[in-house]
Design a protein around this ligand. Sequence first.
Ligand code: NAD
Ligand code: DAU
Length: 338
Amino acid sequence: MPAVLVTGGAGFIGSNLVRYLRRERPGWTVVNLDKLTYAGNLESLADLRNDGGHLFVRGDIANADLVEHLCEQHEVEAILNLAAESHVDRSILGPGIFVETNVSGTQVLLEAARRAGVKRFVQVSTDEVYGSLGAEGRFSEASSLRPSSPYSASKTAADLLALAYHHTFGLDVIVTRASNNYGPYQFPEKLIPLMIANALDGKKLPVYGDGMQVRDWIHVEDHCAALLAALERGKAGEVYNVGSDNEWPNLQIVQQLLRILRKPESMIEHVKDRPGHDRRYAIEARKARSELGWAPRIPFADGLQRTVDWYVANRTWWDRVRSGEYRVYYEKNYGARG
Ligand code: NAD
Ligand code: DAU
């Protein structure tokens, strides 16, 4: 039974990916290594508690001995690296941990993979490495790397390290760069779940600046399918963009959410903009479609409705994660924008 190591598997995309892999490749063992930072949550994996094909290990990707031990113990054939600090606003408040985890952590993981003879390493990256677009054009894999935030700069460094490990040491590496994900189990610091949670709680919906910044949204399950396709059919040393041709200005996303929830638009509050805010992202994913035989399947209207339904039905999940540390962060980030 082949084993794969998923890092960051207690986070938003990671927990969806672990579930997706168990469903789509039931013969595989999924070893899930996660440090359980504020963003990691074992409750996102509660339905897999009695699943013998999922092994959760609490630990840091920057712990080389642990990673090597896990790879040897379980004869890990591939690593999918999702572990990261992932929130742009937090990277503005405190960039250090982003370098520690996203850059140094990834390098340690690459080294451990090399030593343990892991056959494939998928570095899960982001369209933010390309920086910001004007009104026209889309990012292709050949676009220049021009990250603007400490978060995206750290992800760019990690991509380049991963590709350097391929070039220099012959490690079989693939880099995927996805656009904005949405769906169940996303931490409510990110746009869509934050707006749903605030609307349900009768709080203001804080839109940064004019709200006309554009993001290109993909359902997390379509992203998971692309990661599996890249793992199975990708070519070593290649980069694959992952997106679903679905651009929206933030303000229109918030308006759609309010419509679904039957709440008034007067709940929207324009607040001070994010420093260095990227204006527009748009992803060209032709290469993933043609070379990986992958295509997104979930239409946005359905995906958004299902996501709202999930947050409405799973209030305990997001209520619990919005306690403690989250409150301190919320005050720091939004207190300064009022
Ligand atoms: P998330 O913040 O929800 O989850 C990150 C997970 O990584 C958490 O479970 C956390 O505990 C874990 N983690 C953090 N530091 C760790 C460490 N040192 N060792 C082990 N585990 C650690 O993030 P997400 O939104 O699920 O994103 C997952 C990955 O996908 C990230 O690499 C992110 O850059 C990338 N990505 C995200 C999106 C998006 O829209 N969310 C889009 C493209 C790419
Ligand atoms: O593009 C992929 C990236 O998408 C991932 O690499 C990141 O991990 C992920 O967090 C996401 O980054 P963004 O900065 O685009 O996502 P966020 O949900 O933080 O914000 C989406 C847009 O909404 C952005 O233009 C900022 C705006 N926004 C966000 C929040 C949290 C608001 O207007 N108000 C808010 O309160």
